[in-house]
Write a protein that binds this ligand. Structure first.
Ligand SMILES: Cc1cc2nc3c(=O)[nH]c(=O)nc-3n(C[C@H](O)[C@H](O)[C@H](O)COP(=O)(O)OP(=O)(O)OC[C@H]3O[C@@H](n4cnc5c(N)ncnc54)[C@H](O)[C@@H]3O)c2cc1C
Length: 478
């Protein structure tokens, strides 16, 4: 029987995981797989872009070198943008005018940076003037780092995760950096006012200037950017302006192809669009009215879609993702999950602010279940909290106990250590006992540490503590 042609449009983190999931299910026997990627080369870990901006080699963040595609019989057509699908003729059209026929198509086009329209920022062709950057791809990082010289000044527009990360890397490269954030709170999508202030204080201590409740109204540029005008009438000189004003799902191909699109490409519980044989996943997809901006949901979707496409498990469905993040933001530990403010009259809020220790911990509890948490400065309670949040566990009578991880130990069998891949402490012990005694080997065995990498320190400690192959178990059976 001849194989079907499966086209994946986009070669980012969602597509990369889908390829792994398909390979694990032996999809090569069913499909001839072709991946179209607008960027150059194999897929890479976008979360690690900070390393490239800091001066590292792009090769260090590549997760699928070209030989991976060869070895798995996957055809990668890189540096090629898909323009649209003709869903009746089942053809894909690329920007060079070529048409290619498919049987099944998957859109994994990700997101694009939101670019505010600031007076003076575009040249006569509508391109950003030299010195103004977005922060999404290896190309953006290479261009930005070429321009960033120690002693220069940079304005980062946007105080969310990406803006703060860019600010930290540029400050570490010796630039004078100011973050301008429209909202009063840094990382306002994840943090409340107290958490945002705590983060702001700590970030300012690293030498970065933060202006909240302000925005950039216009850019002053001649051949290249020279400075910005703020909305309080002041101005700042700037050799670099980084636009980090959020992202929006990339739906251009879907729209051109007549697929139903809202904020993202609308998909059902099997990641199918309304048009037969066309699926979508990752940041471009909208499921039950939600789009996501972090990688864990894309990876959950990839596992479901691989089941659907291979017919491996016809009962699999995607029911949405519970959001939690645990990151180092500009050097400060931050973990958040669920809502950041109470939403119903019955929601109970518990907060511990330790100003001198620079830590802030907050829980939002509804019907004795955790519906939201914020940890800034000390995220040691995150493991136990994520476990309760993810499973909807009943909390202890006094939920404050949860904020003191030494008094309530999470069940190691289910305590999640790697948020991106949902790897538990128990799975890490098991893999170490099977011989995976390094971070790299554990990554292969369990996928731990292959996402944002924020769990690396904890995983290293667990490896050191775990019984090795052939050793007696930590607790002898009675
Ligand atoms: C600097 C940075 C730091 C981040 N940090 C974190 C973090 O700490 N934790 C976390 O969970 N998430 C983080 N994220 C978000 C994470 O990277 C995304 O959630 C993830 O990359 C989404 O995967 P995706 O495949 O949907 O989109 P992408 O990875 O963006 O991939 C989409 C790909 O499709 C290509 N494409 C689009 N349209 C076409 C077309 N028409 N033809 C061909 N190719 C096309 C694009 O060029 C791109 O390569 C970060 C993102 C950035 C930029």
């Amino acid at each position: 029987m001849s194989k079907k042609k499966l086209f994946i449009i986009g070669n980012g983190m969602a597509a990369c995981r889908l390829l792994d999931e398909l390979a694990a299910r032996g999809a090569a026997f069913q499909y001839e797989i072709t991946v179209f990627g607008e960027e150059q080369g194999g897929a890479y870990n976008r979360i690690m872009l900070g390393k490239v901006l800091a001066g590292g080699s792009p090769d260090d963040i590549v997760t699928k070198p070209l030989e991976w595609y060869d070895r798995h019989n996957v055809r990668l057509i890189d540096r090629t943008r898909v323009v649209k699908l003709d869903t009746l003729r089942k053809q894909v059209e690329t920007a060079d005018g070529q048409l290619r026929s498919y049987d099944v198509a998957v859109l994994a086009t990700g997101s694009q940076p939101v670019v505010p329209s600031l007076e003076g920022m575009n040249d006569e062709n509508g391109e950003l003037k030299p010195g103004i950057f977005v922060y999404r791809t290896i190309g953006d990082c290479m261009r930005m780092r070429e321009r960033a010289r120690s002693g220069d000044s940079a304005i980062v527009v946007g105080g969310g995760l990406l803006g703060l990360e860019a600010a930290k890397v540029l400050a570490d490269r010796g630039l004078h950096v100011t973050v301008v954030q429209l909202k009063k709170t840094l990382m306002n999508a994840q943090l409340d006012e107290i958490g945002g202030e705590m983060l702001e204080r700590q970030i300012e201590r690293t030498g970065i200037f933060v202006r909240t409740g302000r925005t950039v109204e216009a850019v002053y540029a001649e051949e290249r950017v020279k400075g910005v005008y703020l909305d309080d009438g002041t101005n700042r000189p700037a050799d670099i302006v980084v636009l980090a004003c959020g992202v929006r799902p990339r739906t251009d191909v879907a729209k051109a192809s007549g697929l139903p699109v809202n904020r993202g490409i609308i998909v059902n519980d099997t990641l199918a669009t309304e048009v037969p044989s066309v699926y979508a996943l990752g940041e471009c997809a909208e499921h039950q009215g939600k789009t996501y901006g972090i990688v864990a949901p894309a990876w959950e979707q990839a596992a479901v879609l691989a089941d659907v496409l291979t017919g491996r498990n016809s009962a699999t469905t995607y029911r949405g993702s519970k959001l939690y993040t645990r990151l180092k933001v500009a050097g400060v530990e931050v973990a958040t999950m669920g809502i950041s403010e109470p939403e119903r009259p019955e929601d109970d809020v518990l907060q511990i602010v330790q100003d001198r220790k620079d830590t802030y911990r907050k829980l939002i509890v509804r019907d004795r279940r955790l519906v939201g948490a914020i940890l800034v400065g000390d995220t040691s309670a995150a493991g136990a909290l994520v476990q309760c949040f993810d499973r909807g566990d009943l909390l202890p009578e006094d939920p404050l106990e949860l904020l003191c991880p030494t008094s309530v130990a999470a069940d190691p069998a289910t305590r999640i250590v790697c948020n991106c891949n949902k790897v538990t402490e128990g799975q890490i012990y098991e893999a170490v006992a099977q011989g995976a005694e390094t971070i790299e080997a554990l990554g292969v065995a369990t996928k731990a540490c292959t996402g944002c990498g924020s769990c690396k320190t904890e995983v290293t400690q667990l490896i050191a503590r775990a019984p090795k192959r052939g050793a007696l178990p930590l607790v002898a059976a009675s």
